[in-house]
Design a binder for this molecule. Structure first.
Ligand code: COA
Length: 387
């Protein structure tokens, strides 16, 4: 029996900043952002979108196709949690009307959270083949105005349905993991924005990639030529570009050619959405599937990295007919519908979103009809409404 990804849902908030505008406002050469960092735009969440509402919205994209009574597991991977105790997944479970028998919780290990959830879900479905699992990654990357990491912010969510006999990507047996207790990126409890040692984090990311990729090839007795494409956690697209260069080094021209072209396809959405932490790798997978032309059966490598730090490499095989399970027009429209913010507008929204909402004051959202949003707190309890 094969187990893997059967549905992919995507949501990003309805506002963005253009990187040329941001570069001009920060007295930087726009080419540093566009080419050096590899980002063109970044989505911006106002105070009415958080990890919970974005996770609901991402799942709505495919919810009509799911037998809710068969969902036995719901996992939220996030590093933008809304509560220190209660799992954000319980608000999501309620909005999606999942059965009371669902097992649900939140996972944290920086940007590795969704991969941790996906591996748990895979093993759960192997034991309970008539059940499915929903794994959601949902995050807002905030480093702060005028900070070094500002250009690598973003907001959005990816939701995955994990099932037996999946119709998009069957996950292969085997993986290679590597962990170390280091301090490249973290967010203390008293800080709404992340702390990062940017240059160190880039070096560690590449080190973890080299280790896990080499180990995976040793375990599987494969070479880079086995992979039609490799997708990466993309905190900014240049990061994955560098890792992909390591993967391609010394390979024949045709291997280099398809790995390079498919990397460009896999970075398309991330280049416009920005960093969405836990979900970035899976946004890149969606981008690859919708923007590249891949044959069924193609092997795709996936490199997951979460600061702190945890790395894992694994792979999957594309399932015949996978294109029918994608929604490329709706996903492109998700980007096209966004309103472009001026830098002063972005700064106001950013500062507003950092504040604690005033209790018992209902927040209004400018999202389109059907989307969910955070409506503030009522007697300190978070409220989620649908437009
Ligand atoms: N045109 C083209 N490229 C330019 C340029 C220009 N005018 N000016 C600079 N660059 C290039 C630099 O050469 C560099 O490329 P390299 O990485 O290949 O060396 C790149 O742009 C970035 O320049 P740098 O000076 O390193 O930028 P920075 O000090 O502003 O820091 C980050 C960039 C990414 C380190 C910073 O934004 C950050 O800390 N982000 C968060 C990091 C993160 O997400 N870490 C988590 C990893 S999982």
């Amino acid at each position: 029996m094969q187990v893997g990804i059967d549905e992919i849902g995507f949501y990003t908030p309805n506002k963005y900043v253009d990187m040329v505008d941001l570069a001009n406002a920060r007295n930087e050469d726009p080419n540093k952002y566009l080419e050096g960092i590899g980002q063109s735009q970044m989505s911006v969440a106002d105070q009415t979108q958080d990890a919970v509402s974005m996770g609901i919205n991402a799942t709505l994209g495919y919810l009509d196709h799911v037998d809710l009574n068969q969902v036995g597991l719901l996992i939220l991977g996030t590093e933008s949690g809304v509560d220190q105790s209660k799992s954000g997944s319980l608000f999501i479970k309620s909005a999606l009307k999942l059965p009371a028998a669902v097992r649900t919780f939140e996972i944290k290990e920086a940007c590795f959270g969704v991969t941790a959830g996906l591996m748990l879900a895979r093993d759960y479905v192997r034991l309970h083949p008539h059940h499915s699992a929903i794994v959601i990654g949902s995050d807002i990357a905030r480093y702060g105005l005028n900070s070094g990491g500002e250009v690598t912010q973003g907001a959005g969510s990816i939701s995955l349905l994990i099932k037996a006999e999946p119709r998009i990507l069957a996950i292969n047996n085997g993986h290679s993991a590597y962990s170390a207790d280091i301090n490249d990126f973290w967010r203390p409890n008293n800080s709404a924005t992340a702390l990062v040692d940017g240059k160190y984090s880039k070096a560690v990311y590449l080190d973890f990639f080299e280790r896990t990729f080499a180990d995976y090839q040793r375990i599987k007795k494969w070479s880079p030529a086995q992979f039609e494409a490799i997708v990466y956690h993309l905190p900014f697209t240049k990061m994955g570009f560098k890792a992909n260069n390591l993967a391609m080094a010394g390979q024949p021209a045709e291997v280099e050619h398809h790995l390079a072209n498919n990397f460009t396809a896999s970075a398309w959405f991330n280049r416009q959405v920005g960093n969405i932490y836990t979900a970035s790798l899976y946004l890149s997978l969606l981008s690859l599937l919708e923007k590249a032309d891949l044959a069924p059966g193609a092997t795709i490598g996936l490199f997951s990295y979460g600061s702190g730090a945890m790395g894992e490499f694994y792979s999957g095989q594309l399932v015949s007919g996978y294109q029918q399970k994608l929604r490329p027009i709706a996903d492109e429209q998700m980007l096209m519908r966004r309103q472009k913010l001026s830098i002063p507008q972005y700064e106001t929204i950013f500062n507003e979103a950092l504040k604690q909402p005033i209790d018992n004051v209902e927040l209004a959202s400018d999202e389109a009809a059907g989307y969910w949003y955070f409506a503030g707190t009522k007697n300190e309890v978070r409220q989620y409404h649908q437009k």
